[in-house]
Ligand binder design. Structure first.
Ligand code: AMP
Length: 299
């Protein structure tokens, strides 16, 4: 495994590896089992595995959050080695944003402007889109791996990759969770034991919505109320509980197709996000559709 700090050294390290496939996992470090699940998927599917570690200042809306963000490079490199990483790209801010840097990649519309975009401000997804774009163009991987936990980030990345015709396959890996259901996050380390116990209300609220949906509830206001009741029971006040289209992030009123249920909540000083996707509603057998309608459109 080699560690490079500049785009030039990264390109040099990858020059002879382009005859095989390159898989890329971008991270902000403080690696945990969630990141490792991405590395495992990327390792399995590619000849070369590249990991980036860069705490991107431009996507932080709060200076205190940026300052408190865990930086554990020595431990991260050990994890990377264990996960079979070939090349670690760990630049500093001056390498990524040299003097005179003036370009912003900005995705517009509900996909970037609602939920996290509304709570954290426009600059958040501008920061994400710009750094992901620069990282993808620096690595030029065949496939890049992202976690479903950051569902809106995935949607923004998919949008920019499609819009800018970046030749990369976006692979989304399932959310890795602790045994009690809490989504793994670098920020979990900041939770005090009592906060950690209350934070479980977030995955529980998502489970309650999944159960209600499975029981046939289609009205999204009722599903949202279900989640809010679980959160309130644990004294967790959400920033939002939203049911949206997983691609466009337009709000969904009556569930038909797949629906993303997304929650953001502050537990103590730690801001947590999590989500689940509800499968499309199956047409009941007595829906009145013609008996042969399943063959319509050759589907
Ligand atoms: P971060 O270091 O937080 O920027 O995350 C880097 C990548 O790891 C992103 O694609 C995240 O979505 C992904 N990730 C973070 N936590 C998890 C998790 N619990 N399960 C799966 N992927 C995750």
């Amino acid at each position: 495994m080699i560690v490079v700090r500049t785009v030039a050294d990264l390109r040099a390290a990858l020059r002879d590896r382009r005859t095989g496939t390159i898989g890329f996992v971008p991270t902000m470090g403080a690696l945990h089992e969630g990141h490792v699940s991405l590395l495992r998927a990327a390792r399995g599917g590619n000849d070369t595995l590249v990991l980036s570690i860069f705490v991107n200042p431009t996507q932080f809306d709060e200076q205190s959050d940026l300052a408190a963000y865990p930086r554990t490079e020595a431990a991260d490199l050990a994890v990377a080695e264990g996960a079979g990483v070939d090349v670690v790209f760990a630049p500093d801010a001056a390498e990524m944003y040299p003097r005179g840097f003036s370009t912003v990649v900005s995705v517009s519309g509900p996909v970037a402007e609602t939920l996290e975009g509304a709570q954290r401000g426009r600059a958040h997804f501008d920061g994400v889109a710009t750094v992901v774009c620069k990282l993808l163009l620096s690595v030029l991987p065949d496939s890049a791996y992202f976690g479903a936990k950051d569902a809106q980030q995935v949607a923004v990345v998919r949008r920019l990759v499609a819009d800018l015709s970046i030749p990369v396959r976006v692979v989304v890996c399932p959310t890795s969770r602790d045994d009690d259901g809490l989504a793994r996050s670098s920020r979990n380390a900041r939770l005090a034991p009592d906060e950690r116990a209350r934070a479980i209300a977030i995955p529980r609220a998502l489970s309650a919505v999944t159960d209600a949906a499975a029981a046939g509830v289609t009205d999204t206001a009722a599903l949202r109320a279900e989640a809010r009741a679980v959160l309130a029971g644990a004294g967790v006040e959400p920033e939002y509980v939203a049911l949206v289209d997983p691609v466009s992030f337009e709000p969904v009123v009556v569930r038909e197709g797949p629906v993303l249920v997304a929650i953001a909540a502050r537990v103590g000083r730690t801001r947590l996000i999590d989500n689940v996707v509800l499968e499309p509603v199956r047409q009941p057998a007595h829906s009145g559709r013609p008996a042969d309608s399943a063959h319509e459109g050759g589907a």
